[in-house]
Design a protein around this ligand. Structure first.
Ligand code: ARG
Length: 296
């Protein structure tokens, strides 16, 4: 079903929409993964550098660790869509409604049709986003831990005018944040709301007005600031399920800081995906509601 009007009342009451009692994610294997073009600064210098074999081994290891704490659905990879493995940017999902991305770059727009079909076949309500106001799914829009407020970024990929339209899919409040450093071109490279009500984030990625909004929402005891070094190792691009966090090695005291707050960290090598500009979080799209974290 394709819809163009707000559906929160339908979504919250329609028992026929997909519902997940356990944390559930969508992943797409790196069968056709490569760096074929440059649409973010991390891809520059890495054209055709990823090893497909190593990428597959790293992806399978991430899949192994994630399926211990969550259910995983698979999306078939397609030739001609080398970034499809970064499935988190293809949609934003909550309450059985999937807001489908309108990618800013033509190179990723071919992915949209495959995602749309998958969500339709799986029974989700599909919320379309206009081509003229780019929107890049969980790359640039993340619910808070309670699942009742949306944080959305603009400045590089996603257009600010898409924010209200996307939030209308759930009749939810949305706070817009302005990204100012091209290395942190997606919100999920510098901002991660965690299950314990904490925020893992890199302040240098945001303008002053955005930082003020972040500080108004998260008190000092809830903000976990990462350094520029940590941020460039994709320290914020984490998958968080309950108290579990899956992330690339950062090699600082960040793991100890997170452990001290009650999180359990698994550090997984994802070097081949860093060459494409993404890490753990970018490789899995959340399908269950953002506050369903009780499986651990
Ligand atoms: N090559 C992909 C792109 O630029 C990588 C996406 C990874 N993004 C991320 N938020 N970590 O679209």
């Amino acid at each position: 079903m394709i819809i163009t009007t707000p559906v929160a009342s339908i979504a919250s009451s329609d028992a026929s929409l997909p519902h997940f009692d356990r944390p559930t994610y969508l992943m797409c294997p790196p069968q056709f993964y490569d760096v074929n073009y440059v649409i973010n600064p991390w891809m520059a210098g890495n054209l055709h550098r990823p090893s497909r074999d190593v990428a597959f081994a790293q992806w399978k290891n991430l899949h192994y660790h994630l399926q211990r704490i969550a259910d995983i659905r698979l999306l078939h990879a397609r030739p001609g869509s080398p970034d499809m493995v970064f499935v988190a940017h293809s949609a934003l999902v909550q309450h059985g409604v999937a807001a489908i991305s309108s990618f800013a770059h033509q190179q990723r727009q071919t992915e949209e049709q495959h995602l749309r079909r998958w969500f339709q076949d799986a029974g989700f309500l599909v919320w379309e986003t206009p081509r003229e106001t780019a929107f890049e799914g969980e790359g640039d829009a993340l619910f808070n831990a309670g699942g009742d407020h949306l944080w959305a970024a603009h400045g590089v990929r996603t257009c600010q005018h898409s924010h209200r339209h996307v939030a209308d899919a759930w009749h939810t409040g949305v706070t817009s944040l302005h990204l100012v450093d091209p290395r942190f071109y997606h919100l999920d490279t510098c901002f991660a709301p965690l299950s314990g009500g904490h925020l893992l984030y890199f302040p240098g990625a945001f303008d002053a007005a955005s930082l003020a909004k972040i500080k108004a929402a998260y008190g000092p005891d809830k903000r976990i600031e990462v350094s520029e070094l940590e941020a460039t190792r994709f320290a914020c691009n984490v998958i968080n399920v309950g108290r579990n966090i899956l992330m690339s090695p950062v090699e600082t005291d960040l793991v100890a800081r997170l452990t001290g707050l009650g999180y359990e960290i698994a550090e997984l090598e994802l070097t081949e995906f860093l060459k494409g500009g993404g890490s753990a979080k970018a490789l899995a799209l959340r399908l269950s509601d953002s506050n369903v974290t009780n499986a651990v």
